[in-house]
Design a protein around this ligand. Sequence first.
Ligand code: FAD
Length: 402
Amino acid sequence: MKIAIAGAGLGGLTAALCLHEKGCEVEVFEAAASLQPLGVGINVAPHGSGILHSLGLGDALDEIGIRTRAIEYRTRFGHLIQSDPRSVEAGFDYPQYSIHRGELQFLLLETVRKRVGRNAVVAGKAVTGIVQDDNTVRITFGDGTTSESDLLIGADGFRSNVRKYLHPHEGPAHYEGTMMWRGANLQAPFADGRTMFIAGDHDVKFVCYPISGRATREGRALINWVAEVRRDQRCAADEADWTREGDRDFVAAFSSFRMPDIDILELVNRTQRINAYPMIDRDPLPWWTRGRVTLLGDAAHPMYPIGANGASQAMVDARVLADRLAEQPGPDGLLAYEAIRRPVTANVVLNNRQSGPERVLDIAAARVKGPDDRIEDLISAAELEVVAAGYREIAGFQRKAV
Ligand SMILES: Cc1cc2nc3c(=O)[nH]c(=O)nc-3n(C[C@H](O)[C@H](O)[C@H](O)COP(=O)(O)OP(=O)(O)OC[C@H]3O[C@@H](n4cnc5c(N)ncnc54)[C@H](O)[C@@H]3O)c2cc1C
């Protein structure tokens, strides 16, 4: 089977590796004129990292990323509300990694080139036209060239052209008013060097975690941060661009934040390059597959970046797609893949709109009014664990008892 994949992001490249492992011929077409290691930090939760480990990439992940010990949810005063463990020691089969998105993309890219072929990923090929019949799918690219395959997987991200081909009348992206500013700074580590924290509430939130194994081995930390502020202002969500430079006028919203182990205002002020991106997603689709064409990753189920799930769900898609196509080569395999993955990911998209595991922040914000309040007097650990366990169930990553 010859399979074309639109998009050399984390989902498309993982799909190429999983499909190649099953004996498929794969070719990845990427719109960007040249691949650059873009982005800042991203998390790959245990269900996603298990797939990368099964592809033999565990050592490389340990080299470039950080094995996250736990996600700490904190109040703006720095109280620890809940520590949500994510490590092997805590009972997961695979670690969660906090990692630089571009470095992870290049690890996958180099692995595809080694295993599938030096020319398996072709840059400068934006999929712009799709025509299919009973035997083949014919793809037209922005440069006017064409290619034929048995199947086409649309892994072309949030602004997917393959999704537009399947659902030409879909409405605009869903945006509720939260903007995200992101950056990373090389500096002294905080906490144990493996902790991620999310502090604040639904309206003003700060996310912070180290992402570089190399920096850690040198006694430093490349600290990724995301500042989220809900402003209820309009934005051109359908034109959102991960490389857009952001201003610094969000900083005032965090002036009252105090963390016990890191000065977040200093972290932001020292960061040289800040990008701004809206918190956007799309309503779940009623179907993903028509004939020889389907969707994967953000093209299929763009979601709020909550619960470390965007990249992880794309990786699970890749594994399920390859497994189903190995059993049922052709359009029936695509339908079997969709039948498994569409309901699960729709549930994650909708749950993330309700803050997913970050709901504990709002529980605390409603009860904790000042730095002298004691969390244990106001919220029980059992109440918080219901939120964390519920999200693990929805997203599909389980912990063994230890
Ligand atoms: C440049 C960039 C930077 C990002 N930075 C971050 C970050 O810092 N933190 C974070 O949490 N998430 C980031 N993301 C999003 C994150 O990578 C995804 O949410 C997640 O990994 C799911 O991956 P995906 O492969 O489905 O989509 P993506 O990672 O978005 O990959 C889609 C790929 O398809 C390509 N493409 C788009 N249109 C076409 C077309 N018509 N034909 C062919 N190829 C096409 C894109 O150039 C891209 O390489 C970034 C995405 C991009 C594209």
